[in-house]
Design a protein around this ligand. Sequence first.
Ligand code: ATP
Ligand code: MG
Length: 441
Amino acid sequence: MELALSPAAAGVLAGLEASGFRAWVVGGCVRDALRGEPPHDWDVCTDARPDQVTACFPRTAPTGLVHGTVTVLWGGTPVEVTTLRAESGYSDGRRPDHVEFVTDLTRDLARRDFTVNAMAWNLRTGLADPFGGQADLAAGVLRAVGRPEARFAEDALRILRGLRFSARLDFALEPATARAMERQAGRLRAIAAERVQAELDGLLLGAAAEGVLARWPAVLEPVLPEIAPAVGFAQHNPHHCLDVWGHTARAVGAAAADRAVRLTMLLHDLGKPGCFSLGPDGVGHFYGHAQRSAELAQAILTRLRYDHETRERVVRLVRLHDAPLPVEEKTARRLLNRLGERDARALIAVHRADTLALAPAYHDRLGELDALEALLEEQLAQNACFSLRQLAVNGRDLLAAGAAPGPAVGRILDALLQRVLAGELPNDRAALLAELPKYRK
Ligand code: ATP
Ligand code: MG
């Protein structure tokens, strides 16, 4: 069997072997190459120690010498080369107490998280697969290497990595692996928020995110306790054929693969259980839930240390996820005014995903959203006015036309812009100046 190595990876393997060492590409790149997906980077492992790796190549950088990692620059391409190692004694549930360099490939593969990530490939000897990774890859199964309980107790991050790989590869969790993930999930509280954030993003962007979210909320609950009330919460509403969490999972899966949009879908209805009321007709309502969800989103995104911009964007999209969006030019202009182009599009994507997760009888609204998006494109193409910057008059124009200096100028400009957005006035200098007398007291 051949693996379609990159020239840099092949060069580094050949270079190490020519110096008398053994070297393999290993881990995620082998998994992806075997699946026919070009790896985003190639990792190499070798029995050469870091100083010996450094001596083999003209250009290297000591990336993580304690962990045995040297970056080799092959042409312009960096390749990480790591000395084979065994790890032991994870007393903090995050990182090993002892790392030792070894010469036995299988010991290095044994410390890896999942069988599909624990394969290596050598130029002369081909695939090394002591834990059955290839069979699991073919069957679409994610299975811990070794005893799952022990492996997740060693390093709880593997639990989230497991969900992330399951979502990205659309692989089922092998039953014992899944049970251990559920039992050890509480250990996720010890994982740094930044790591949780990165894995959550990866999970949400996975092609099989819906299934993973719907099936494994209990694994996520230690880091996202706010989802617990949504799980199994019946909506008593004809629009919905799923409980709040099922709808959430479906909405994530239905959304465009954009980080902010998918985060919004994850969070958009978490306020529902706290806002539930049952009408006299037996129909469930969730008045005020968008605002409540926005508050929960703010708390969650802050706790998981999302950057300020992402937080602001997602909280706003959550707050607006059920705002009425009539199919009119002025809606398009107002969205552009309030949100800017990127988030105006994102909000339409949010409404679309939310609609796709409703009962099929209510999917008609998708046509309206398409029409609104077309209007948005049209307004952009026409260079329509949706901000003060684009208004055909500015403060100086107003002063020159006799407006009194002071804060009133800004108020007049805002009022004119609102009327242009609403389509009541054209964005035309003469027409706007002609309105001035109305604003004089
Ligand atoms: P990706 O496509 O996300 O990069 P990957 O499998 O390459 O997937 P990395 O985080 O780049 O993931 O790690 C490279 C390899 O190191 C993994 O394939 C796995 O063998 C091993 N590994 C990474 N993190 C862990 C961990 N926490 N526990 C055990 N093995 C790990
Ligand atoms: Mg990788």
